[in-house]
Design a protein around this ligand. Structure first.
Ligand SMILES: *[C@@H]1O[C@H](CO)[C@@H](O)[C@H](O)[C@H]1NC(C)=O
Ligand SMILES: *[C@@H]1O[C@H](CO)[C@@H](O)[C@H](O)[C@H]1NC(C)=O
Length: 395
C-alpha cells in the first residue's frame, strides 16, 4: 500500500513536470514592473524591439496595457496608440511618453488626425490610470482604456519611437521600414497579437493549471466525499463504496498534485506577488491532502478506541479540503478570467453536486429513521455516522 502511494506521488510529480517543461521563448515574459503590476498576456511586438503586456476585461470592455520600448535616442519618446478608424498612423489615438525637462516622466494623449495635425487633447475613448516610468534607457507606459466599441474582438494598434522632444512636443520619428511597419491587430479574443508568431504558451499553462485543479480539487474530491458520506447508507453498496471513495480520492490527489505543480511553476514566473492568497491556499490544500492520504494507512479497526479520533481527523480534514478546494477554484477562475461560460459551467457542476448531496442527505435520513423504527429492539444498529457498518479494508 505504501508503495502504491509512493508511485502515485511520483506519477503525479512527473505528470506535473512534463506539462510545465516547454520553455519560454518570448522576451516579454521575463519583463518585470517595479509597481508589481500583472497582466494576463504579453507579446513581443514585431518591430522596434517593443513589448505589449495586456489584460482585457470583456465585461467592462476595458483594456489595461503596459507598453515597453526604448526611444530611438536618449531624450526621445515612445508611443502606443489604438486606431479606431484605420490601420496606420492617421486617425490613431496615441499615448506618448517622454522625460520632461525637469526630469519627471510625462505621458500625454494625442489625436493624430493627419501627419501634420498631432494635437494634444482628450482621446475618442476614456483613458484611466495613465503613467510612465523610465529605467535603463527603456520607457514603460501604463494605462487602462475603455474600448469605444464594446463588442470589439480586436483593435488596431500602432506603436512608435522617436528621437527627441522640443518644448514639450515630440519631434518627428524616422521613416525606416521598422517605423512604417510598427502596426498590427491586437486580437482580444484569441489573446495574442497577430504580429507575432510565437503565441503565448503562458496562457496554455494557465489553462492546463486551471483544468487540472478544477477537475481534481473542485470536482473529484467533492464527488469522493459524497460517495463516502452517502453510498455507505445502502447495504448493497458494501464494500464497493469504500473502494470507489479511495480510488476517486487517489486519482483526485494525483491530478491535484500535477495541477499544484503547474501552479507553483506559474507562481515562480509571475511578475509580482498579487496572487499570494491563491498560492498559500494551494500549498495548504496540498499539505492537507497529503495528510489525508495517510488516513488510509493509519486507519484503526472500526472498534478500536482510537477510531473515534481517526474519524474526527479524517472528516475534519476532508471538509477543510472540500471548502478550500472549491473556494480556490473560484479564486483561480477570477484571476484567470476565462470566458464567462467556464465560470458558469463550474458553478453549475457545484450546484448540481450540492443538490445531489441534499437529496442523498434526505434519503439517508429516511432510510436511517426507518431502520431505527423497524429494528428499535436492537440498540446501536442505527445511523452512527455509518462507521459501524463499514467493512474492514481488505489489506
Ligand atoms: C515637472 O513638470 C511637470 C509639468 O511640466 C510637473 O507636473 C511635475 O510635477 C514636475 N516635476 C517635478 C519633479 O518638479
Ligand atoms: C481629432 O481630430 C480630428 C480633426 O481635427 C477631429 O475631427 C476629431 O473629432 C478629433 N478627435 C477627438 C477625439 O477629439
Amino acid at each position: 500500500m505504501a508503495s502504491l502511494r509512493f508511485s502515485a506521488l511520483i506519477l503525479g510529480l512527473s505528470l506535473a513536470f512534463s506539462l510545465i517543461s516547454p520553455s519560454q521563448s518570448l522576451t516579454c515574459t521575463s519583463q518585470k514592473f517595479t509597481n508589481n503590476k500583472l497582466y494576463d498576456h504579453c507579446t513581443d511586438l514585431s518591430q522596434l524591439s517593443s513589448y505589449l503586456h495586456w489584460t482585457y476585461d470583456s465585461s467592462s470592455s476595458s483594456l489595461s496595457i503596459a507598453f515597453v520600448a526604448a526611444p530611438s535616442k536618449s531624450g526621445g519618446w515612445i508611443a502606443w496608440a489604438i486606431n479606431p478608424t484605420g490601420a496606420g498612423m492617421i486617425g490613431a489615438q496615441a499615448l506618448i511618453a517622454f522625460k520632461d525637462s525637469n526630469g519627471s516622466m510625462i505621458v500625454n494623449t494625442y489625436n493624430i488626425s493627419s501627419y501634420k495635425s498631432i494635437v494634444q487633447e482628450k482621446l475618442s475613448f476614456d483613458v484611466m490610470d495613465m503613467s510612465a516610468e523610465y529605467s535603463d534607457g527603456t520607457i514603460r507606459i501604463f494605462a487602462t482604456v475603455a474600448l469605444p466599441d464594446t463588442a470589439a474582438t480586436a483593435v488596431n494598434q500602432v506603436w512608435q519611437v522617436g528621437p527627441s522632444v522640443t518644448n514639450g512636443f515630440p519631434d518627428k520619428h524616422e521613416f525606416q521600414p521598422a517605423n512604417l511597419n510598427s502596426k498590427g491587430t491586437l486580437d482580444l479574443l484569441k489573446r495574442q497579437s497577430n504580429v507575432v508568431s510565437g503565441g503565448d504558451s503562458r496562457i496554455n499553462k494557465k489553462n492546463i493549471h486551471g483544468i487540472l485543479n478544477a477537475v481534481s480539487w473542485g470536482i473529484m474530491f467533492p464527488i469522493g466525499a459524497i460517495i463516502a458520506r452517502y453510498l455507505k447508507t445502502f447495504q448493497s453498496a458494501h464494500p464497493a463504496w469504500f473502494y470507489l471513495h479511495v480510488i476517486c480520492q487517489l486519482c483526485a490527489y494525483i491530478i491535484g498534485v500535477a495541477g499544484w505543480g503547474t501552479g507553483l511553476k506559474l507562481g515562480s514566473e509571475s511578475k509580482g506577488f498579487q496572487y499570494i492568497d491563491h498560492r498559500n491556499i494551494g500549498i495548504a490544500l496540498f499539505c492537507l491532502a497529503t495528510v489525508q492520504i495517510f488516513a488510509l494507512f493509519l486507519r484503526p479497526k472500526k472498534d478500536h478506541k482510537l477510531r473515534f479520533y481517526w474519524n474526527i481527523y479524517h472528516l475534519g480534514i476532508g471538509y477543510a479540503i472540500l471548502i478550500l478546494g472549491i473556494f480556490n477554484v473560484f479564486k483561480g477562475l477570477n484571476m484567470l478570467n476565462p470566458a464567462k461560460k467556464w465560470k458558469s459551467a463550474y458553478l453549475l457542476v457545484i450546484v448540481v453536486l450540492g443538490l445531489i448531496a441534499i437529496l442523498l442527505e434526505a434519503i439517508t435520513w429516511v432510510i436511517v429513521l426507518r431502520r431505527k423504527s423497524s429494528k428499535s429492539t436492537r440498540p446501536y444498529n442505527g445511523y452512527n455516522n455509518g462507521q459501524d457498518r463499514q467493512q474492514p479494508l481488505a489489506s
